[in-house]
Design a protein around this ligand. Structure first.
Ligand code: S3P
Length: 171
């Protein structure tokens, strides 16, 4: 693997993309980009507020612009929002010259994690595990298709997940 390829983390809400991404970037001394954070910086508002005042379509537009802006970046770690792959344009941009890691977790675990945190408008629409599984079923094939490697984060510490990523890519 080329040293300068980006490491792109994809997966459902609650998969640990931001936490693992930050830690990976830190340990590899690479720059870190979190597309959700970048969208918030661009809009000057929290994701929840963007959804509330401008709507999901506006959020997706800013998300796509953000991902496009990252296409010239190399050697970084990039954490993406859980819905980013719904737009094929984003898939193409993220796949370009990067190692894509799908952070998987069992549905019950994802549900538990996302219910513990607030600030996710899509998660707020999910009352039951079954609600979540409907959206997950739609997205899972997108995560798997783009992924170079899949890491199960279900019962693992951040360190263990990182170790598995390093092992897979031969660091
Ligand atoms: C979303 C996931 C969120 C964020 C937004 C929409 C989604 O990111 O982009 O709330 O559609 O699944 P995380 O996966 O980082 O929570």
């Amino acid at each position: 693997m080329s040293e300068i390829r980006n490491i792109v983390l994809v997966g459902f809400m609650g998969a640990g993309k931001s936490v693992i991404g930050k830690s990976l970037a830190n340990n590899l001394s690479r720059p870190f980009f979190d597309t959700d954070q970048m969208v918030e910086d661009t809009a000057g508002a929290k994701i929840e507020a963007i959804f509330e005042t401008l709507g999901e379509d506006a959020f997706r537009e800013i998300e796509t612009r953000t991902i496009k802006d990252l296409t010239d970046i190399r050697g970084a770690v990039i954490a993406t929002g859980g819905g980013a792959l719904k737009n094929p344009e984003n898939v193409k941009a993220l796949k370009q010259d990067s190692l894509v890691v799908y952070l998987y977790a069992r549905p019950e675990i994802l549900f538990e994690r996302i219910k513990l945190e607030s600030g996710r408008p899509i998660a707020d629409r999910m009352t039951t595990l079954e609600d979540m599984e409907i959206i997950l079923a739609d997205r899972e094939p997108l995560y798997r298709k783009i992924a170079d490697i899949v890491v199960d984060t279900s019962d693992k510490s951040i360190n263990a997940v990182e170790h598995e990523i390093f092992e897979s890519v031969g660091y």
